[in-house]
Design a protein around this ligand. Structure first.
Ligand code: APR
Length: 410
């Protein structure tokens, strides 16, 4: 155990071991690990509790782009070289409409390092290694985590270790970084949070394959529906195919997947490869407001889900993490509560900005292809938006700014 946690005493009333720290972080995904690393760099004690094993967390595959703004955030903490793997992204995105190529850049003219193609599991592995190398306290396989006294000055977080020992950690703050199905948000009393939810009525089949990656991340519009092809490594690709949200992955044989990709990407010569993973999920958006209750601060997916179009989910989690770490640091070092008081409001401003971008891109790329979904009127509107993006420098610049993550004026 790290020296930052003082072992207090065995509680007489229950056979639980009691300890104390400044921040308990629940969940070791991108959000929790970023909060923990930034707190550690600020010299603030914290304990991370993760339900799963280290191996499980390190392999979980999800998003693949760390946007420019997030790269610069890690850079400002002196962490970019240690936690960002993958390859620098040249900022070029390909839109392929009925087989016709259009390259769009996310270069918004700003100085500094740019986005990286870094699969989420690589970021998670590197964040874990950096935190542990800095002496961080990270406890995997923490079962039955529960939050108590969140409205008071010293919340308590209880959990059970892998060998069955009950532990209670008293802390100043809890960072709820345990995703959409975690316990943190569920610990907030009814009526405190408002949930704003939206279901696009669209499914995506996602396929991981040992097949050559594309030259640029590729988004394709076709009469058969949306498709996408993203690099995931030197010899690995992730593909997406629009499908009914209630479809089953078994309905998509290998040959059906490759035929659909060839047709929708307009590439009869697309090289196939062994499929290693295949799942179907619904495109949905969800925002909880506020992102705070007492001394609990919700971070990342625990507070909001963004439809995957535009790669904003993980990046929003990194933004929240940065704001929370700075707010706790200001409070601990200068008794300045401003950051904590404004945390939710500042995060939500960014969340809604990115929700709007994801929503716009989701609607545009789905409506522009499949007119059975929303009808020919919306199809023509979506095509007009794409036409503007491909021909108007001002529209292209606005898009680039949204891709990199604009600095919203305070
Ligand atoms: N106790 C402890 N840990 C928990 C609990 C619990 N009760 N419930 C969930 N967790 C852990 C999960 O095992 C996971 O490791 O919390 C972590 C949450 O991680 P993510 O779901 O990856 O969420 P987050 O860190 O907010 O990451 C941002 O945005 O769009 C997405 O793909 C993107 O997953 C990324 C996310």
């Amino acid at each position: 155990m790290a020296d930052n946690v003082r072992e207090l005493r065995k509680s007489p009333e229950a056979s639980e071991q009691r300890e104390s720290t400044t921040v308990v972080v629940v969940g070791a995904g991108p959000a929790g690990l970023t909060v923990a690393n930034l707190l550690r760099r600020s010299g603030i004690d914290c304990v991370v509790l993760e339900r799963r094993s280290r191996e499980y967390v390190a392999q979980r595959q999800r998003a693949g782009i760390v946007e420019t703004r997030a790269v610069r955030m890690f850079d400002s903490w002196g962490l970019a070289d240690r936690v960002l793997g993958g390859v620098p992204y040249d900022g070029i995105l390909e839109f392929r409409v009925d087989g016709e190529r259009h390259l769009v850049t996310d270069d918004d003219g700003s100085e500094g390092p740019s986005a990286r193609l870094c699969p989420q599991q690589v970021l998670v592995q590197k964040l874990t290694a950096a935190y542990l190398a800095d002496g961080g306290d990270l406890r995997f396989e923490a079962a039955d985590v529960s939050l108590h006294d969140l409205a008071g000055d010293r919340p308590t977080v209880r959990y059970r270790t892998a060998d069955g020992t009950l532990r209670a950690i008293s802390c100043a703050f809890v960072a709820g970084c345990d995703g959409d199905h975690g316990i943190s948000r569920a610990a907030v009393p009814d009526g405190v949070l408002t949930a704003h939810a939206f279901d696009h009525g669209i499914g995506w089949l996602t396929v991981l394959a040992d097949a050559p990656p594309p030259a640029h991340p590729l988004l394709a519009v076709s009469p058969q529906g949306f498709a996408a092809h993203f690099p995931r490594g030197p010899h690995t690709s992730r593909y997406y195919l629009q499908c009914p949200p209630d479809d089953q992955p078994d309905a998509w044989s290998d040959s059906r997947v490759w035929d659909a990709l060839r047709a929708r990407l307009g590439d009869p010569a697309l090289t196939p490869g062994p499929i290693t993973d295949r799942e179907i999920f619904r495109l949905r958006s969800l925002v909880h407001d506020p992102m705070q209750y007492g001394r609990l601060f919700l971070v990342g997916d625990a507070a909001h889900i963004v439809s995957p179009m535009g790669g904003k989910g993980m990046n929003l989690a990194l933004y929240d993490a940065d704001l929370l770490a700075r707010a706790v640091r200001d409070f601990v070092s200068d008794h300045d509560e401003t950051g904590l008081r404004t945390y939710s409001q500042r995060c939500l401003r960014r969340v809604w900005n990115d929700q709007e971008f994801s929503h716009w891109l989701t609607r545009t790329l789905h409506d522009a292809g499949d007119d059975t979904h929303t009808g020919p009127f919306h199809r023509s509107l979506a095509r007009a938006r794409l036409d503007r993006l491909f021909t108007s420098p001002a529209a292209a610049r606005g898009f680039a700014e949204l891709m990199t993550g604009p600095d919203l004026a305070e």
